[in-house]
Design a protein around this ligand. Structure first.
Ligand code: MIC
Ligand code: SF4
Length: 644
């Protein structure tokens, strides 16, 4: 039988395992990326592995999340990452050079290669035909050391595109449409491959918008073929030599096929507070808007920005709207400036922000209270903008501009004709903000610079055979890592300081949790379905670990978060019968005994000592995961068995 694109890349990178859906496979990783908010931890972890130089083909450290620098903390973290990168063979993308996924696509992504990044939107690289995964920092550290990346062999889904997008309908609307169809859980356990005739009509940045938001579907990753469009993009980046063609075989098998006719789509919008609450823009037109933000790793390419500039040209932003624009990279910004489009943006009254994540992760530009904010980003989780009661909607750049001009949600087709945009045949290439690592000889003399904000990560504890602990927090479905370990301008600077971060753990759900968990010494958290969706931040495991959380019991887990829990030595357990969730109450004393035997059997009985209820839990771990839990997490395991 023929193979899908993903299966071909998996087969050529398979280190161990059987490519059978549901089995554990290990992949050789060609490239890694980190960003600063997860990078400090990843490099601290890499350092403890005692390996001099990365063993990947290319590893890049980006600074793009924490660029506000309200105190010394961020600058210290940047300096640490710059020095550790120089010492260990990692390229360093300076602050201001752009958002990791945008810059990686432009300058480093290569079709057919594997990439893991300590950021959940790493699948953006799938727009170029890479097999790219978001992962926890520890997994990235291990991959930098030459170790394999372990995943469960996913199912294969195909989205078959026909037709062509009409004016004012965009790749973002395709992303929102698939979220409407599949929901934030619909991609779990699957790789989503985009194919069909319609693919040829989409540029690489448009494809990257779509693979970027595959993360919101919960998909393991998303990927496009590598074709003439890919070749043209790489050639425009001066990298035609990196091109290889990639397509699926005619008789490749897909577990599910979804058809989308691009010509039939219209502008879409995701309503608060979930990326899958999607309706047509037309259906809620007229809603008053206070703020509009354009940018993020989803929609900050040159094409996005040129369209925005053309629509803003000669017009003025509504007096009741504050509009921010953050181009995705220095390349995008310098090209906007060279062709004069930047001036059209400035003259419209827009506020120009740095080439960084910025408002997307609540680093400034929080909306007014009860404010309505339209954003071209990928996430609109409650509180993520930094304003607890804000209502955030996700839209395309075109819909964003329409709202910024009119002051109310507006179908962008009401703006008249779409100005014609001509894409330059070549991008402006200037890699001076990407610093090369020291040579192996010079590296010895490079000093790694640490500041007082860089603290040790918490000690992982080997899993014992019994656990008796209080249920210190019970939460509902679709809990995101933004609930577990919020970000934002006040908290993000402390990503390398777990003790400080711990005060904010689960702050969105229950501000009293950290104190309660600390007092309990060790405890258990209970969640609903899709627990831990969203970001790849391992802090959502390391901080609960620091607070004594030993197990999380949920109806189901998001992939990266479940891996992060195991990496940190915390037991992720699922209810065999999801209705049993209702039998547990916060404050109950829970006990598990015979954990080792349970792990071998794949099932264990939980005893609620307070109510007397007995509940069957699934603990289906692979041999490697069991060994990791027993050792006390991935780093302890790696040290113990010398695995790399
Ligand atoms: C996000 O979009 O939530 C982030 C910030 O990029 C995270 C990473 C992090 O928490 O540092 C992600 O998506 O992985
Ligand atoms: Fe940055 Fe937002 Fe993209 Fe995360 S989703 S990498 S915060 S731009």
């Amino acid at each position: 039988m023929g193979m899908t694109i993903a299966e071909k890349i998996i087969a050529s990178h398979l280190v161990s395992g059987d490519m059978k859906t549901g089995s554990e496979i290990a992949l050789r990783i060609d490239q890694t990326l980190t960003q600063d908010a997860t990078g400090t931890m990843a490099y601290l972890e890499f350092e403890t592995m005692g390996i001099d130089r990365v063993r990947t083909e290319r590893s890049v450290a980006y600074i793009d999340h924490n660029t506000l620098q309200c105190g010394f903390e961020n600058a210290d973290d940047h300096r640490y990452i710059q020095s550790v990168a120089k010492k260990h063979g990692i390229w360093f993308s300076r602050p201001g050079n752009g958002i990791c996924h945008q810059v990686h696509l432009e300058r480093f992504g290569v079709p057919g290669k594997t990439l893991i990044g300590s950021d959940s939107h790493t699948p953006t690289g799938g727009g170029l035909g890479m097999l790219a995964f978001g992962a926890g920092g520890m997994d990235v550290a291990v991959a930098m050391g030459g170790g394999a990346y372990y995943i469960t062999m996913p199912k294969m889904y195909k989205v078959n595109l026909t037709g062509r997008l009409r004016p004012f309908v965009t790749a973002k609307d395709v992303s929102l449409e698939i979220l409407r169809i599949l929901s934030v859980k619909g991609g779990v356990g699957a790789i989503i491959e985009w194919g069909g005739e319609g693919v040829k009509t989409l540029s690489v940045p448009e494809r990257a918008t779509i693979t970027n938001m595959g993360t919101e579907l919960g998909a393991t990753t998303s990927i496009f073929p590598s074709d003439e469009v890919t070749r043209a993009f790489l050639a425009a980046e001066g990298r035609e030599g990196d091109y290889i063609p990639l397509s699926s075989d005619e008789d490749a098998h897909y577990d599910r096929v979804i058809d989308i006719d691009l010509s039939a789509l219209e502008p879409m919008i995701a309503c608060p507070h979930s990326p899958d609450k999607v309706v047509t823009v037309r259906s809620i037109a007229g809603t008053k808007v206070d703020q509009v933000c354009i940018g993020s790793c989803t929609n900050s390419s040159l094409m996005d920005m040129l369209k925005v500039a053309a629509l803003l040209k000669g017009r003025t932003v509504s007096p009741s709207v504050s509009l921010s624009i953050s181009p995705g990279s220095r390349q995008v910004l310098s090209m906007l400036s060279e062709c004069g489009a930047l001036n059209d943006i400035i003259l419209s009254g827009a506020r120009l922000l740095e080439c960084a994540c910025g408002p997307c992760i609540g680093m400034g530009f929080s909306p007014n209270s009860e404010g309505v904010s339209l954003r071209t980003f990928n996430r609109n989780f409650e509180g993520r903008s930094g304003t607890a009661d804000a209502r955030v909607y996700l839209v395309s750049p075109e819909t964003a501009v329409a709202a910024a001009l009119k002051g109310v949600i507006t179908d962008p087709r009401d703006l008249g004709d779409m100005p014609e945009i001509v894409m330059p045949a070549a991008f402006r290439i200037d890699d001076s903000a990407v610093l090369a690592p020291a040579s192996p000889d010079e590296a010895k003399a490079v000093e790694v610079l640490r500041g007082p904000n860089i603290r040790k990560f918490p000690e992982c504890r080997p899993q014992e055979d019994t656990l008796c602990a209080e249920l210190t927090l019970k939460v509902g479905d679709n809990i995101t890592t933004d609930h577990i370990m919020p970000a934002g301008a006040k908290i993000l600077p402390y990503r390398s300081n777990i003790p400080h971060l711990s005060q904010f753990c689960f702050g969105v759900c229950d501000k009293t949790f950290p104190e309660r968990a600390k007092a309990a010494g060790q405890s258990i958290v209970v969640g609903g379905a899709n627990y831990g969706q969203g970001s790849s931040r391992e802090h959502a495991a390391l901080v609960p670990l620091y607070l004594g959380v030993r197990a999380v019991i949920a109806k189901s887990f998001a992939r990266i978060h479940a891996a992060n829990l195991i990496n940190a030595g915390i037991l992720p357990l699922t209810f065999k019968n999801p209705d049993d969730y209702d039998k547990l109450s916060q404050g109950d004393m829970l006990s598990l005994s015979g954990i080792y035997a349970g792990m071998d059997k794949g099932e264990i009985t939980l005893k609620d000592e307070t109510s007397g209820a007995e509940i069957a839990l699934t603990c289906a771990f692979t041999a490697r995961q069991k060994a990791m839990l027993k050792a006390g997490g991935l780093l302890a395991y790696t040290k113990e068995c010398g695995e790399q």
